[in-house]
Write a protein that binds this ligand. Structure first.
Ligand code: GAF
Length: 390
């Protein structure tokens, strides 16, 4: 939507648009480094050109009013600064409300209510972080409207994560919020989630494209299965800490892990830890390969990542495995894997430029044959991180 369209919508809903400011925060696709971000490991996400537009204006009272163009049938959802609790019936507004709550928990003065309008084009439930993009857009709006100049973009990611963990109850790591806040056009972010040290790696490939394929499947209980994985990884870490001096699974090399894995006296937890350790090391190697333009090596690491997520971490599903297996057989596909939290959602593939049409046609027709579902394919456009639009 253009600025005029967005402002027009705001005006229609709130009866005037004077003094309204506009913000944008992107969704993300993760190239490699999955389920490592709450295990003190590395990740390699890119911000997308898909994202969330958020328009906001301060009110003179303490009311909060929210409207989403994507959930327009729900109308304006109202709340109050005095009543910031996560409620099922509040639906999507729990994300911006959670961010307001997190600012206040950390001592930032949010003293006036807001009128908020939201529109997003991140395919929802596809594992491309529509919720993190909404959180970071809300955090940026609060920083700007309440003139909290001391907050850096990385602080906005940290506060958004705090709200996701403690208000919305998903015990995720910082990857998605960090990518939304810190993304850079044509670059992947190589982030150490333990220290938050990061560097940008060129992701504009010479002869290949980054392609996202949406399985259009989202299995239920995603959040509870996600929290289970986190719990299992934490248990494995606790058992390992009796044998070795580590802060997180990201501290171990593959060799260290093989030497001390007997300390994990639970086969499921051992598999989870193996994934976290090997995936972290793969991500470090993959970032180096991408940086040096060794795209074939990068693609192979992506394939290994998928096998590990499927077999050891068990976060894939039949439909996504089907997409990946189809991709692996297409000439010109350098690598393909599940991306994001899992249990459905998207795959990310590296496809040679001149194989793109073959990829699209083959994946769509074979996937439909095998599952009856029509996949959606997007050639990823890697964009910048969150920004104020006006
Ligand atoms: C979800 C989470 F929100 C991220 O923090 C990350 O753990 C990802 O799943 C898996 O890598 O997107």
């Amino acid at each position: 939507m253009t600025k005029d369209e967005l402002v027009g919508k705001f005006q229609e809903i709130y009866g005037g648009a004077e003094g309204v400011s506009g913000f944008f925060a992107p969704g993300r696709v993760n190239l490699i480094g999955e389920h490592t971000d709450y295990n003190g490991g590395h990740v390699l996400p890119c911000a997308l050109s898909f994202g969330t537009w958020l328009l906001a204006r301060k009110r003179q009272d303490r009311r909060l009013r929210f409207f989403s163009e994507n959930f327009s049938r729900l109308g304006v959802i109202e709340s109050d600064l005095e009543d910031l609790a996560c409620r099922e019936e509040a639906g999507w507004t729990n994300y911006p409300k959670g961010v307001i709550w997190a600012f206040r928990e950390r001592g930032y003065e949010i003293t006036q209510g807001l009128d908020v309008f939201v529109y997003g084009d991140v395919p929802s439930g596809a594992g491309l972080s529509s919720s993190a993009s909404l959180e970071v857009a809300a955090a940026l709006a609060l920083r700007e409207l309440f003139e909290l100049k001391e907050l850096a973009m990385t602080d906005l990611a940290v506060i958004s994560l705090y709200s996701e963990n403690h208000f919305n109850g998903l015990n995720c790591g910082i990857m998605d919020q960090f990518a939304a806040a810190m993304g850079k056009k044509d670059s992947a972010i190589f982030l150490d989630t333990d220290t938050l040290a990061y560097e940008y790696v060129n992701a504009r490939l010479d002869h290949a494209r980054i392609v996202i394929t949406n399985s259009k499947v989202k299995h239920s209980l995603v959040d509870s299965a996600y929290n289970d994985r986190k719990r299992e990884s934490d248990r494995a870490l606790k058992m390992l800490q009796r044998a070795v001096d580590i802060r997180g699974l990201g501290d171990l090399t593959e060799e260290d892990f093989e030497r001390c894995k007997e300390a994990i006296q639970d086969t499921v937890c051992e598999k989870r830890a193996r994934h976290a350790v090997y995936e972290n090391r793969r991500t470090i190697r993959a970032a180096a390969a991408l940086n040096a333009g060794r795209i074939e090596e990068f693609g192979k690491l992506m394939n290994e990542s998928h096998r590990s997520l499927r077999d050891d971490y068990e976060v894939s599903c039949r439909e996504v495995d089907t997409l990946v297996e189809i991709a692996w057989e297409i000439p010109g596909v350098l690598g393909s894997r599940i991306t994001g939290g899992g249990f459905g959602g998207c795959t990310v593939s590296i496809v040679e430029q001149d194989a793109f049409n073959r990829f699209r046609d083959t994946v769509v027709s074979r996937y439909r044959e095998k599952t009856g579902i029509t996949a959606e394919i997007y050639a990823a456009e890697i964009g910048d991180g969150a920004r104020r639009l006006w």
